[in-house]
Every structure is written in C-alpha cells, then in structure tokens.
Design a protein around this ligand. Structure first.
Ligand code: SER
Length: 886
C-alpha cells in the first residue's frame, strides 16, 4: 500500500521534476488576507502572485498546503465525524503556474500523474468543464482520450472557482474518480451526483479574472493555473478504500484512541473516534502555527474544535484527559512532512492537557444540565436558546457543541433564542458599564468593543500582516473616513501591534494600503480588548472597511522584546541573590531601556549588583528557547510561576518560561507581553543604576542589546579620553588617579604651609618680612592672605603673635569671594585690649555680623571678600581708639 506520506512526496517529486519550485506549506494563519480565518486552499498563499501584486523567483510551483475549514465562511466543523470526506484539517496538493503554462499543460500534467505515475485506470476517471469552455472540452478529448460522455459540461458555479467575493477566479475542470457501482451515486451533473460513488479528487482552475464584490472586474495579468487535490481523498483512492477515515493516517490515529479508551472503533463509537482523529490534527497544527485557545477570534475556533473532540473523548468513556496522549502518534504520522509539528510537540501536549483538564471539570456539570433540560424532549424537538446560552455562559459549551450533543437524538437548538439571550447579556453589561461611573470619553471604546468584539492580536508570532479597518476614531468620536494630516485612532479586526499593557510599551509602525499611508506612533489597549493604533494619515485616505497592511517597527519591537525578557531574568536573579521577599512592584519596558521596581529594604551593594548582572548574562548566553503555555492561574503557580498577588487574572494565563532547566526553568512568570525566541537574543544585560523609589522599594534601570553595547562603548570612549588627558593608558587610569589625588593632597598641604609662612613674613622663598607697625605704641601686624584655608588662620595668627612677642595681629583669609578674619592679642595686652572687640570691627567691614572668641584670639567672617584691606584698616582704627581712650 502506498502511504499518505509517499503519495504526498510523489506528487511533489513529480512536479519538481517538471521544473516547479517546491514551496513549503504556509502557516495556517493567513498573512495576506485579514478576513480569512485560516488558509483553506492551496492557492491562498499565492493570491498576490496571481494578481501580480507580488513576484516570486519562480513562475511555477508545487506545494502540499495545510488547510483548516472551521469557522468563517468555509466551516465543516459540524459535519466532521458523520461523513466520509469532511475534515476540519486537510492537506491540499497543488501545482501552480503564474503566467507560465495554461490549460493544455495543466491537463497534461494531471493526466500523466494520475494514469502513468500513479497507475489509475483511465476508465475510472471523469472530467467536468465549465459549460462554455469548449477549449477545455477539446483538450480532455485530445490529451486524455476521454470519450465525450465522460467530459461533462457543468453550467453552475461548481465549475467556476473563486477564492472569495474578491480575488482571482476562473472556470475550472474537476476530475472525478469512480469508486464503483457497489456504492450509490451518479456522475457529476446527474440527479444522483450527491451520492458517494463519484468523488472529486482534483480541481484544475484556469485562473483568468479578478473579482470584486462577486463581479469580474478585470483579467489577470496573465492566464494562470491553480490546482487542488485533497490528499486524503486521493490517498483513499490509491489505498483502495472509499472512506477518507480508512486511510493509513486516520487508521493509526483511530487505533490509538481505541487503544487509549478501550472503546471499539466501529459501531456506535465510530463517529467519536473520527472526530477525535480529525480534531487532533487541526488542534496540533494550529498550535504549531502559533494559535492558542482563546475566547475570541482564531483562538476561539481552536477552542471549539478542542472541546468538541474532548466531549467525544468523554462519550468514549475516557477517564482522564485523552487528546494530549495522542500527540506522539500524530507526530509519528505527520512530523516527517511537517517539522513544525515536531518542534511544537511539547506545546501541543501541554495546551491539550490544560484545555482538557479544565474542560472535563465543567463538562460533567454541563452535560447534567443538558440531560435535565432534554429529559422531556424527543426527536424533532428544539432545546431553548436560553438553556444553550446558559451552557455557553456558565459551562463554556460553545453553541455548536450543544448542537452536536443533541444531534444523535434528532434534536435541534433554538439559535434565535440563543442570540437573543446573548444580546440581553450584552445589554446588561452596557447598563452596568454606564452605571459604573466610567469616563464618558471611554464610551466610544465600549461601544466599539461591544459592537465589533475585541481585536485579535497576531503579534506573538507575526510582525506584519493584513487587517480590515473596523473603526476610525477622531477627536473621541467615530468617523467613516480620515484624510491626509488627520490624527486618528485606527482599529482593525486583527493586528500585530502590541497595545501598551503590563509595563510594555505599545508598538509603533506603519499602516498602509493601496491609497493610504499612516504612521503609527503608539498603540494603546482600551478596555484591555481593543488595540488602538494612534496614527497620523501621512498621505491618501482611509475608510472603514479598507483592507490595510500593518507592519510594526521590527527593530523597535525586537529591542522591547529583549528588554521584556531581561526583566524576567532580572526578577529571577534578584530573588536568587536577595531572597524570596523580592517581588515586582512595577516595571517599564521601553525600546531603549528597562526599569524594574521591587521590594527590598536596603540599597544593593556593588557586589550584589555585579553578581545579579553576571547571573542574568549567564542565562542569556545559555540561549535556551523561551516557551509560552496557557494555564489556569493555579496550574501556573504549581508549575513554579511567581504569583503576583493583588493582580487580577482571568481563568487563563500565559505562562512564560525562560532560562535553563534545573528542577524548574530559571524563570517562570505569568505574562501577556512579547518576548525573545531564545535568551541569546537579549545579547547583553547591563545595570546602569540602582536607587530608592520609596521606603522598601528599590529600582534598577538596565539596558540590553545594542543600547547596552552603545552605553559600554560610550563609557569606554570616556575612559580613553580621560586616559589621554592623563597621558596614560585606560588600564593605568585608576592607579594614576589615585596617585594624582595623593599628590594633590600633598600639594595642598604644602601650599597652605607656604601661604602661612608668607603671611608670617618668612619661610623659604617668601618676600622679606614686613616689620610690625606701631599703632598707639602697640606692635601691629595685619595681612590679607588669598586662598589660605580659614582653618589655618588661627594657627597663623598664633605663630605671628609668638614672633612679635607683644602686640596685635589681624589676618584676613580670602576664599572664593568670602573672607575670614582672625585677630590675636598677646597675653600681656589682654588686660587693656580685647581681640573680640577688635575683630567685630573687621567683621563689619567684611559685610558680616558678630565675631567672637576670647580676649586673646577672636574670629569672624563676611561675604565681601574684596574688603580685606578695609577690614585691616577697621581693626587698626579700633586699636587706635582703644589706645587713645586708655
Ligand atoms: N483553489 C481551488 C480549490 O480550492 C483549486 O486549488 O479547489
């Protein structure tokens, strides 16, 4: 038997052998179509190549594209499990020509692969063409030799394929395989076509036109080819089975759920096993592509898929979570072709386990309610919308799960009643909001969130992508359009722009479209649900409904990521080094720096700071991948996450783990922010300050990456500059500075000595000593000494007194504009003269007040440093007066 893996490989090998570029599957989350929930056809990633908006280095390509049809326009969720060919996840094999070959070559390739390479009997194959496409009709006759009755003209939309109401489209030709007359059904176009005998296996689309609003508006730049073949269907054909769920991949997964639950895989439990196998594939691939369960957007679709499977696990009698135990089988079957599945295996398992653990807790209660509510009901009855809403609201049963649970008993759900109950709840929330005293200016956000739902954030994995403008707010009010120069807030259905929260600053970047360019300076997050892009329209015009490209400033975000992850490492290092009392008190994560406030009673020592810095850098160099999980707050704490008391968390938290693993990861924290992929992306961590914020709260400011490098480079440049002016090398600067300080101290001392000596009229090299003057028969020495330390003034006066033997000495020391004065009177004269009285006159001359001491020595000072001579004269005058009076 040819395995599904072999079939996929042989398809790609064939087209690669025919010169097609082998293109890996794009992620399930479409990057080029904001209104598309998930990639649902092989051509989606090439949409812009067909229309000519984008060019690639190849003109033909082949791929095996992951597709999900659940949620949004193509929603097969409800049918899965009950039919032979519905899947939420499937693979589409395709070959594409972007203006290279057209119909003839496309048909030739398809026919060659099916009949020659794969050996299908031509008798089993039938083709359809669009009713007016004579050319395709003739080509099938010519190339395949199909008889005319097996080339069927179809006049309906079935043979005119369009991506959506907008986008490339064209007539198509489908190839059907006849599973044989033991199965009921007729060829396409016949009254029995809905039977299962004839199965479409390959669709060849002759892409020629561009549609807008379901109208053909133009021709594509060049006629192109898009083909799509469901791998599961063709595998069924090549493996000789009729039912997709009987192919090898599904058999393996179903055998696993059978083994794990002990429930028979046939009979009444068949549908449940199929649901589980299918949904496991969707869930696994969606998680691998970055979607995690959530309460809105794609995450909610994923949650619905998971919960539907989990309800079926319950039906099978699983006593504990089942899905996560099946992931190894999924990886064994499909990990070879999709390495992302292998990489994400731990995350897929953890996410499924967490979701199933939680869901099991509410499932039992919900099903009990459902049983009670339906006890008096029978086939053909309808469950009230009110009850369905209660199941949704209280027990987390998505609407379609309730519908699915009732289907086997032939019961339906009142959808209108459900919607009405939902509306009543929203109205009540609105009334509560109005009554809560919320700011009137916030009404606009509340209205938008209520009407349009929250913004789906795609920025954990993407840095750009498309979005649809759902609202524009100008001067606090909603507007339909904005033009050049307008300052507006732009809201889109999805965005990679992070809205400021949890200390992390919002993203900046560009929003652009065919006819508009807007610069986004910041993104906020009103009500915690909307991502509000603060923007200026730089050119053109923007209107609600426009599809735009949103691109964040990646360098800025990368710097923010590094700083955010570094705060987690810092937090862990602080707790390791200082103790478990350290808790986060606040943080700021900006592109150029980070700030982290934490509880700790005293300043950190230089050694502590150095140790913390070293520890963080060691984790950075270990370069371990950062991982994200969703958990309940309790599970998160059990996993070692730091519980942040006093903060409110929902029933589900993101848990960020980073650093090396010992008994647990180095850092485990609850966090909604954006982070590096591996700690090595932080590059380097440098603490630049540590200070007090308030009593018991310290603050560390630090840099990472390029900012840290620039800071270190700047420090180095300054050091070199200092070294150059000291005429030494940076290594010698410290010793040189110590020596200089020492030298300076010595010189200052010597200088003071010299000044003193000078004042005393002696000392080596001083001018010849001036002899004392005689005032009223008393020896008097007066001098002004610039720069003499006022503390040295008394010593100088004492020495001068000793030298003159008997008399009065008055010295003024002038420093930086201020003057200090000291007057000394030798002991023999203190009976008739008081130094205190004399100095007071000098102080007054210096613009000061008072002056005091003892009769033999008194001091004072004043601000008028220039008046030194006047102060000496004043003392002299006072001395003369005293003497005259005596
Ligand atoms: N786009 C077409 C389809 O999805 C052929 O690939 O059927």
């Amino acid at each position: 038997m040819t395995s599904t893996n072999d079939i996929r490989r042989s398809f790609l090998d064939y087209f690669e052998g025919q010169g097609h570029a082998r293109v890996p599957s794009a992620p399930l989350v479409p990057h080029n179509d904001p209104t598309l929930m998930f990639v649902n056809a092989g051509m989606v990633p090439f949409k812009n190549v067909f229309t000519g908006l984008e060019t690639r280095p190849y003109s033909t390509a082949t791929s095996s594209q992951k597709c999900v049809r659940a949620g949004g326009k193509h929603n097969d969720l409800d049918n899965v499990g009950y039919t032979a060919r519905h899947h939420t996840f499937f693979e589409m094999l395709g070959n594409f020509s972007f203006g290279d070959y057209f119909k003839e070559q496309a048909i030739t390739h398809a026919w060659t692969l099916l009949t020659r390479e794969w050996g299908l009997s031509p008798d089993k194959l039938t083709a359809t063409v669009y009713h007016t496409d004579d050319q395709a009709f003739e080509l099938w006759k010519k190339i395949a030799g199909l008889p005319e009755e097996r080339i069927i003209r179809i006049p309906t939309k079935d043979n005119f394929w369009a991506m959506g109401s907008d986008g490339p489209c064209g007539p198509c030709s489908e190839i059907f395989y006849d599973h044989g007359d033991h199965i009921w059904g007729g060829p396409p176009g016949s009254p029995e076509e809905d039977g299962d005998r004839f199965v479409e296996i390959w669709n060849l689309v002759f892409m020629q036109y561009l549609q807008e609003n379901d109208e053909i508006v133009s021709e594509l730049p060049r006629p192109s080819i898009d083909t799509g073949m469901g791998l599961e269907r063709v595998a069924a054909v090549l493996q000789g089975v009729h039912d997709n769920y009987d192919i090898d991949v599904f058999k393996a997964l179903i055998a696993e759920s059978g083994a794990l639950t002990g429930a028979s895989t046939t009979g009444e439990h068949q549908a449940s096993h199929r649901v589980i196998a299918d949904h496991l594939r969707s869930a696994g691939f969606l998680v691998a592509d970055g979607v995690l369960p959530a309460n809105e957007g794609r995450g909610y679709v994923l949650r619905r898929i998971m919960r539907r499977a989990m309800r079926h696990a319950h039906i099978l009698g699983a006593k504990e979570p089942l899905m996560y135990r099946m992931v190894p089988s999924l990886v064994a079957e499909m990990g070879g072709a999709y390495p992302e599945l292998v990489r994400a295996q731990p995350l897929i398992e953890a996410t499924l386990l967490q979701e199933e653990t939680r869901f099991r807790q509410t499932l039992a209660n919900g099903l009990k309610l459902l049983d009670e509510a339906t006890s008096g009901m029978g086939e053909g009855d309808t469950l009230s919308g009110e009850t369905a809403f209660k199941l949704y609201d209280t027990y987390g049963f998505p609407y379609d799960l309730t519908e699915d649970a009732l289907r086997p008993q032939g019961m339906a759900v009142d959808r209108d009643g459900f919607d009405a109950a939902m509306k009543r709840q929203k109205d009540a929330a609105r009334a509560a909001w109005k009554g809560s005293g919320a700011k009137a200016s916030d009404d606009v956000w509340f209205d938008i969130a209520e009407e349009l739902g929250g913004t789906e954030f795609t920025g954990y994995t993407a840095t750009d992508g498309e979005g649809q403008v759902v609202a524009i707010v100008k001067d606090g009010a909603r507007v339909e359009k904005a033009g050049q120069g307008d300052e507006v807030v732009i809201l889109t259905n999805q965005t990679p722009f992070y809205g400021e929260s949890g200390g992390q600053m919002g993203d900046a970047g560009v929003i652009s479209g065919d006819r508009v360019k807007a610069a986004v300076s910041d993104t906020s997050k009103p009500l915690g649900r909307l991502h509000a892009h603060q923007a200026v329209i730089e050119s053109g015009e923007l209107a609600v409904g426009d599809t735009v490209k949103l691109a964040i400033d990646v360098a800025r975000r990368d710097a923010i990521r590094a700083n955010h992850s570094a705060t987690h490492l810092l937090h862990a290092a602080l707790r390791n080094r200082l103790g478990g009392h350290v808790t986060q008190k606040g943080s700021l994560v900006a592109p150029d720096r980070l700030r982290f406030d934490f509880s700790h009673p005293s300043a950190l020592t230089a050694q502590e700071i150095a140790d913390i810095e070293a520890e963080v850098n060691a984790e950075i160099r270990a370069n371990e991948a950062v991982s994200t999980r969703l958990m309940t707050p309790d599970d998160a704490v059990a996993a070692g996450a730091l519980a942040l008391f006093g903060e409110k968390y929902g029933d589900e938290v993101r848990v960020l783990s980073m650093g090396r693993q010992t008994d647990k990861r180095y850092s485990v924290e609850l966090c909604g922010g954006t982070h590096v992929r591996a700690t090595g992306d932080i590059a380097v961590f440098k603490i630049i300050s540590e200070s007090a914020v308030s009593s018991g709260v310290r603050r560390i400011e630090a840099l990472t990456g390029e900012a840290a490098r620039l800071w270190l480079a700047d420090r180095d440049a300054k050091l070199r500059e200092v070294a150059a002016s000291l005429k030494t090398s940076p290594d010698e600067v410290a010793a040189r500075v110590v020596a200089l300080v020492e030298e300076r101290r010595k010189l200052e001392k010597e200088l003071a000595e010299a000044k003193k000596a000078l004042a005393l009229g002696g000392g080596a090299g001083a001018a010849a000593p001036a002899g004392p003057e005689q005032i009223g028969g008393v020896n008097f020495v007066g001098q002004i000494i610039d720069g003499l330390d006022p503390k040295a003034l008394r010593g100088a006066v004492d020495e001068a007194k000793g030298r003159i033997g008997s008399g009065v000495v008055a010295f003024v020391a002038v420093n930086e504009g201020r003057a200090a004065i000291a007057v000394g009177v030798t002991d023999d004269l203190t009976g008739s003269l008081s130094a205190v009285e004399l100095v007071k006159r000098g102080v007054a001359a210096l613009g000061g007040q008072g002056g005091g001491g003892r009769p033999d020595m008194a001091q004072g000072g004043g601000p008028e440093g220039n008046n030194g001579p006047a102060a000496i004269e004043a003392v002299k005058g006072a001395l003369a007066e005293e003497k005259e009076a005596a």
